[in-house]
Design a protein around this ligand. Structure first.
Ligand code: ZN
Length: 134
C-alpha cells in the first residue's frame, strides 16, 4: 500500500466555538470551512496545516459516534487519517495481513473523500482512517 501523507488529525470537540478558541484563535490556524456528514452525525471543521489538516469533529446528535466518544473518553484526539493512493488496494492488503477493519469497503467522507477505518484493537489503540481523494 502506498501512504502519501497524513491527511488530517481528527479532534473531538463539544462545539465549534469551543474548539476554535484554541485551534483558531490561539494557534492562529485558519478555518477553511465546515461540512456536515449526516450519515456520521458529525460536522467537520477544517484547518489546513501545511500539507495536512486539523479536523475538528462536532457531533450533530447525542447518539452519534463523536458524542459517544466524548461521553467515554472526553474531548481530544480521536483519529489520524492517512491519504493513500488506492484505498481498495490498501484495504485488501490489510485484510490479507489479518488487520481488523471497521470498514471492509470504503464509504464517503467529508470533501468527497473515500474513507475507511481500521479497528483500534489492531493498531495499539489508535483509531486509524485511510482516505483517498482525487
Ligand atoms: Zn477523518
Amino acid at each position: 500500500m502506498k501512504i502519501l501523507k497524513i491527511d488530517h488529525l481528527g479532534i473531538a470537540v463539544n462545539t465549534l466555538e469551543e474548539g476554535n478558541k484554541f485551534w483558531g484563535e490561539i494557534l492562529g490556524l485558519k478555518l477553511e470551512g465546515t461540512e456536515t456528514v449526516e450519515e456520521q452525525k458529525v460536522t467537520t471543521a477544517f484547518y489546513p496545516v501545511g500539507d495536512s489538516e486539523v479536523e475538528l469533529l462536532i457531533s450533530t446528535a447525542p447518539d452519534g459516534p463523536i458524542a459517544k466518544f466524548i461521553e467515554k473518553k472526553g474531548t481530544g484526539f480521536q483519529h489520524v487519517s492517512f491519504r493513500v493512493a488506492n484505498i481498495e488496494e490498501a484495504l485488501a492488503e490489510l485484510q490479507e495481513k489479518g488487520v481488523a477493519l471497521i470498514d471492509k469497503t470504503p464509504r464517503m467522507g467529508a470533501g468527497g473523500a473515500k474513507i475507511a477505518f481500521l479497528h483500534p484493537k489492531a493498531t495499539g489503540g489508535v483509531l486509524v482512517e485511510l482516505s483517498e481523494r482525487d
